[in-house]
Design a protein around this ligand. Structure first.
Ligand code: GLN
Length: 242
């Protein structure tokens, strides 16, 4: 953070932005502006270098091939790892989440190296694809209301020793390995399987990232009515049988 301005970096909108994940950037931007911050948003395409001076980095989900291309470019670039070692905050969704781990299975059925920013490993799920609305309780340490989102993934994610589960599912599959966990985090790097876009349903996650960036414990209240209506609609969809 410098002065009153927040630098928000949206990584690879040309490769990783399915299910409206780009909405996460809009929500973080809006919630920050509502708190009087001046937001500089930078959308970094996959042929551009990742700046290392961002405060918050967002990375979305994607199909298997773009996911492999994104992983190759991010490894080669190295900027995201440098930004995290400088204290940056990262929030990733689905394919992006898998890329931030140690490895995942790519579209060729091979093990693809990730960035190692999250202590997780993703493998290909043997069962049915995990698809549908999810309701989960976020790690109490983060002090956030329940998580609502939509999942659609074949990969499943195993947490290593140092990763904390982001949430524990009440409905839905989450990480898909049967331990009830959804997502993971290591310090300021977060991963979730929730699309939606997840921040439109869970604006408190955007607020958490902003608080971490500002290094404050609380933000002035913002109008949550629209988000709350969407939350309630989607929680009903997750908890009622189809
Ligand atoms: N290709 C990955 C999987 O199926 C991620 C999919 C996604 O981002 N929706 O596990």
């Amino acid at each position: 953070m410098s002065d009153n301005s927040l630098r928000l970096v949206w990584i690879y909108p040309d490769l990783l932005s399915t299910y409206g994940d780009q909405g996460n950037a809009l929500v973080v931007e809006r919630r920050a502006r509502q708190r009087g911050l001046d937001v500089q948003r930078l959308d970094v395409r996959s042929d551009q270098q990742i700046p290392t001076s961002g405060d918050i980095y967002l990375i979305g989900g994607g199909e298997d091939r773009p996911q492999r291309l994104a992983a190759e470019r991010l490894r080669r670039d190295g900027g995201l790892n440098r930004a995290v070692s400088n204290g940056a905050i990262v929030f990733s969704v689905c394919a992006g989440y898998q890329i931030l781990g140690h490895e995942f299975i790519n579209d060729l059925g091979e093990r693809e190296q990730g960035l190692g920013l999250l202590d997780v490993v993703s493998t290909r799920g043997e069962g049915e694809r995990c698809v549908g609305d999810v309701l989960a309780d976020i790690d109490p340490q983060l002090n956030l209301p329940p998580l609502t989102g939509f999942e659609n993934h074949q990969g499943v994610t195993h947490l290593g020793q140092t990763a904390r589960p982001f949430a524990r599912v009440r409905f839905g599959k989450g990480n898909g390995v049967g331990d009830g966990y959804e997502g993971a985090y290591n310090d300021t790097v977060f991963g979730t399987y929730m699309h939606g876009p997840v921040m439109a349903r869970n604006p408190h996650i955007a607020d958490l990232l902003i608080k971490l960036a500002l290094d404050v414990n609380a933000l002035p209240p913002a109008d949550d009515r629209w988000y709350e209506a969407l939350r309630q609609e989607r929680i009903a969809a997750a908890t009622q049988p189809a």
